[in-house]
Design a protein around this ligand. Structure first.
Ligand code: PHE
Length: 434
């Protein structure tokens, strides 16, 4: 049976789900590090300017495209011009490719939650992590477990699945984050970590930092894959796009900064090196947890928090394709969800083996994991964002007051979509692919 096209039960439910999509691994393991590495407060300043004044435009554009057409990616582009449907396919391809590596990390998180209470005896966390990710059985089983969790909520539908997941997990995420921020700030020498993040070092300002901040801002807002478009397509006529967009941006930024305040004081307090990504989250932090009072509990809390953040993002990633299959091919949600499960599994299984069995399988010198991360961030996401800005700027012809009540702001929005953002996206692709 084909379900009636769903709608969010309230604008708040939408905002929560969109924040759930935005706040993810990008905020917790990437943002704090990039900020620290790029001179702390200087980077934060550039980032804030970009996210509020520049990245808000493609975010608004995705919301406009989704809400205006009330369709998911394939039909939203197809309705404008059937030739543009290809960009819907790009979104789908991007959602499958991002799932393939994001869900591998999701699987690691589940493993670390289960192991949180048995970390105390371990001394070499680097070796522990490397052994774990190289194990074919563990990698595959936990990746599929994470994929299953995402599909479970999407399978249940927009209201009973996606909304419920976000209504439960996002508040818990917020509470855990605040508790862990307090724990971190109470450690000796916590101020050194805050200095790393917030003390401006103007000598570190470089033009390339602007592009790095731009790439980070796009990824963290879930732009360039149709996730926001799809969530926007479930909005009702009276829901405000502008209010939603800025709520998402403000919440995402606050969570990213809090994540830094949770991580860096602890890292510096224990005399560790701040590094990014897997090393920080799966090697440095567990080591720190074992040296803290109630470390097991803190560790458990941290990985559960990370799980909620990754899961609510993962749900939005798979919903892009599931929603498109339902709308375009009139499939039942259940069938679409199962097909997406199989497609992601097909790609994510080899990707999860990138650190062991398939570590020598490379594309352009990169392991499968690195390749899909690289190609989506540097090519597909900016390209898809460009397509959205082009469509909204030139072709969609929404009314003057569709987003902004003010005529000048409307014209400015179109101008940005037509000229400014396409140039930035091309720059991002050209510099990223070098
Ligand atoms: N925004 C998510 C994060 O910061 C990642 C994501 C990208 C989610 C694209 C959906 C779409 O982790």
């Amino acid at each position: 049976m084909i379900e009636k096209r769903p709608a969010w039960s309230s604008q708040f439910a939408f905002i929560l789900a969109a924040i759930g999509s935005a706040v993810g691994l990008g905020n917790i393991w990437r943002f704090p590090y990039i900020m620290g590495k790029n001179g702390g407060a200087v980077f934060l300043f550039v980032y804030l300017l970009l996210i509020f004044f520049i990245c808000s435009i493609p975010l608004l554009a995705e919301l406009v495209h989704g809400k205006y057409t009330q369709k998911s990616v394939l039909d939203a582009f197809g309705q404008v011009n059937s030739k543009l449907k290809i960009f819907g396919w790009f979104d789908i391809a991007t959602s499958v490719m991002i799932s393939s590596f994001y869900f591998v990390v999701g699987g690691w998180i589940i493993f670390y939650i289960l192991k949180s209470f048995s970390f105390s005896g371990i001394t070499d966390f680097g070796g522990y992590f490397n052994n774990f990710v190289a194990s074919p059985i563990y990698s595959v089983v936990f990746t599929i477990a994470f994929l299953f969790a995402c599909i479970f909520f999407v399978y249940r539908g927009v209201n009973k699945g996606i909304e419920v997941a976000n209504k439960i997990m996002m508040p818990l995420f917020g509470v855990l984050l605040i508790v862990l921020v307090c724990v971190s700030l109470s450690l000796p020498n916590a101020s050194v970590g805050l200095e790393f993040m917030f003390k401006p070092d103007f000598s570190k300002f470089t033009p390339s930092m602007i592009l790095e901040a731009l790439g980070q801002a796009l990824f963290t807002l879930s732009i360039g894959m149709g996730a926001i478009l799809t969530y926007g397509s479930y909005l009702k006529k009276d829901d405000s796009i502008l209010k939603s967009a800025y709520s998402i941006i403000i919440a995402d930024t606050i969570f990213a900064i809090l994540a830094g305040i949770m991580i860096f004081p602890a890292v510096f307090s224990f005399g560790m090196e701040p590094n990014s990504g897997a090393g920080l989250v799966f090697i440095t932090l567990p080591k720190i947890f074992t040296q803290m009072p109630f470390g097991n509990l803190v560790s458990f809390g941290f990985f559960v928090l990370l799980f909620f953040a990754a899961l609510t993002s993962g749900i939005s990633i798979v919903e892009v394709t599931v929603s498109a299959f339902i709308d375009t091919y009139k499939m039942s949600r259940h069938k679409a969800a199962i097909i997406m499960f199989l497609m992601v599994a097909l790609l994510a299984i080899p990707v999860s083996l990138s650190f062991g069995l398939l570590s020598s399988a490379t594309i352009f010198g990169k392991t499968l994991f690195d390749f899909f991360d690289y190609i989506t961030a540097n090519l597909f996401m900016p390209l898809n964002s460009l397509a959205i800005c082009f469509v909204v700027g030139w072709l969609l012809k929404v009314a003057n007051d569709y987003v902004f009540k003010n005529r000048f702001m409307h014209e400015l929005f179109l101008f940005m979509c037509r000229f400014v953002l396409p140039i930035l996206f091309v720059l991002l692709i050209v510099t990223g692919l070098r």
